[in-house]
Write a protein that binds this ligand. Sequence first.
Ligand code: AGP
Length: 610
Amino acid sequence: MCGIIGFTGYIDAKEVLLNGLAELEYRGYDSAGVAVFTDKGVETFKNVGKVAALRNEIPAGVESSCGIGHTRWATHGGVTKTNAHPHTCGKVTLIHNGIIENYHELAAELKNGGRIPQSQTDTEVAAMLLDSLYTGDAYEAISEAVKRLTGAYAFCIMFEDQKDVIYCIRKGSPLVACMAEEGAVIASDMVALLKYSKEYFVLPEFNIAKLTKNSIMVTDLYGNTVTPTMLSVNWDMSAAQKNGFKHYMLKEIHEQPESVKLTVRPRIKRENGAVLPDFSEDKVPDELFLNAGKIVITACGTAMHAGLVGRVLIEKMIRVPVSVEIASEFRYADPIVDEKSLVIVVSQSGETADTLAALRLAKEKGAKTLAIVNVKGSSIAREADYCMYTHAGPEIAVASTKAYTAQLAVFYLIACRFALATGKFDKEQATEFMNELEAVPEKIEKILEERGVIKELSKRLTPARDLFFIGRGLDYALSCEGSIKLKEITYIHSEAYAAGELKHGTLSLITGGTPVIALGTQKAVFPKLISNVKEVRARGAMVILVTNGANTDDMEKGICDEHLVIPACKDEFAPFLAAIYLQLIAYYTSSYRGLDVDQPRNLAKSVTVE
Ligand code: AGP
């Protein structure tokens, strides 16, 4: 969960590194630092705080065309200047994204050799190990060092006696690179390369990249030259900028009509008036679903919440059992999956350590694996048997929004494809379903036009200490997402509850003025939900009720304190629309509380460590 970048070329390295770190800051922002080759050797500048503060650490007049930069999410060792990267030991200066699991044993061995760490980090131990192995041949030292390391890592390494050269290697943590006119650039994520090139490659694991001003050479650990697969993105720099919005999160909320459209459109086949889901571009065969004796969805956080909606939908439409497993649990639960299982892994970044581990375990057990991923060429996308990309573009805000609704879109496409393939849908029913799905972007647009209502309403939530989301069925699945969105950026304690479960304990927490956001978009259980609304209101709750325009004709007046009505739609499509309200509520409440909406405390965008 850190952002790393390396550059060597013909322009000012400091600017490349600082600008790149600013793009990578969503990956962690506890501290930041750079190390650059100057006429004095390798100079390091680092401190706690964000990249913007780092700029002030670098004295004017520091000239360099080669360096490495790091923005940190603390894993080992507190947020201090000493623990900030880069770390130097002897001739070695390096930066690291990941966790070295055996760093204690290594530190003890190195201590016996007289090397005493100055920091509390696993990274410094890696630098010490490398320096203990370095006798002038970088490849030899790196190859030997990685044999000794267990855990996940992406390293950018500079050796004092190899001016303007950077060596990189990775295992588990991401590194992408490009050769541009300005020089060679390598980073944790494509957003830091976009300014220089749209063509890039993923550094294969256990391969060493040597960056010089004019070249990037990739070799395996035996010295054999490797030619990585080139990839390209259709994003441009504006896609990774705020474009006039105050925060990335608000921009990304507003991009959802487009991101849902871009995710659905390439998967539609129109024939003789029918509108059918088509996965030929994804190369995902119907047999993948038809032959599945068991379907498991596994992911983390918001991606897992998209899976909760997917489960309700697929079970309702196809009548096959689907389970949703938290990836960090799945990977240690010795899960009951085998060659007859289909495991669907969901991840915006495609690099979440727990989800990647869950995918690898599922494959070890013989399951077929399908990934739903946003970042092209990411580890999960590459390692799954099949991959369906969400086309949401770069998502920078830590709080996931457009990736979530794009993930929903893929689950809705899967459900419809699955229903057609099993005969649960004929072409007419599939066409009706797909027409509803194609109508979603326009309905999201309508909600965004009314965001002023949400902005005003959010003022009532700003002082809250606790807040509850309740719902039934699809609404319960969605309330889980509403809850994480709110708490991660407003720091208000929030819980999502199956509305029928309140009476079994949580109702004791409802007191005068406690805000409760009740999701009541599902007609079949609407009366029951209203009973739950009455239960909490009777105990003083302030209730915000979200309903479907098609369901509230006979709703009694004064049943709630605020009433939000999503544009009329078939109940099963309500999650797309109600989600927009919940995202905006979280956004505006966080804004009113004066918090850092895009980079909330303690968090990072991509959790690449377990
Ligand atoms: C979402 O708002 C959170 N930032 C977090 O739960 C995120 O969804 C989770 O870490 C999974 O990330 P991924 O989709 O990149 O795997």
